[in-house]
Each structure stands twice: as C-alpha cells, then as structure tokens.
Design a protein. Sequence first.
Length: 109
Amino acid sequence: MTAIGGLKFQVEQTHLQSLNRARQQLDKATVEPSTTETTFSDRLSSGLRDVAEAQNAARDLAMAYETGAEQDLTKVMVAQQVSSLGFQLTLNLRNKALSAYKDIMNMPV
C-alpha cells in the first residue's frame, strides 16, 4: 500500500511540475506583446499565397510522378488533397464575402 501511495505522490509531483512549467511559459508569452500588427489584407494575401504555393507544389509533385522522378504516390495524392481543400476554402470564403456584400447592398436606407 505504501508503494502505491509513493507512486501516486510521484505522479502528483510530476503533474505539478509540468503545470508550473506551462504556467511559466504562458507568463513569458503574455508578457511580451507583439510589436507588429497584422492587418486583414496582409492575412488575406498571405492565405492566398499559401494556397497558390500548395497548388504549385501539388502540380510539381504530379509532374514528377508522371515523369518517374517521384515514386511515392501517397505523397502526391496528399499534396493534391491539400491543394484541393485550400482552393475549396478560398472559394467558400469568396462566396461568403460576395453574399455579405450583396446583402449589404440590398439593405434599405
């Protein structure tokens, strides 16, 4: 029974130590505020750039697979799915923004 109690004490001490480390890391992260602010247009252009890069990478991998330079089909398929999901997300965001714009334009003044 004492071995179990000792083990429980060790587990609790380890848990407390990990919580204290997490608290210290959180305090460090919250003390240092970000000096640069990211605007909406910066985030939007960065997202579009990331989607374009994913599409280019998928195209390059597919071309490499077709020419025999790439042997891993799963890598090619995953890259194509990432590219497809990014494009679908971008398309849905555009549709939502366009719908919101139309709703605002149709509001009575």
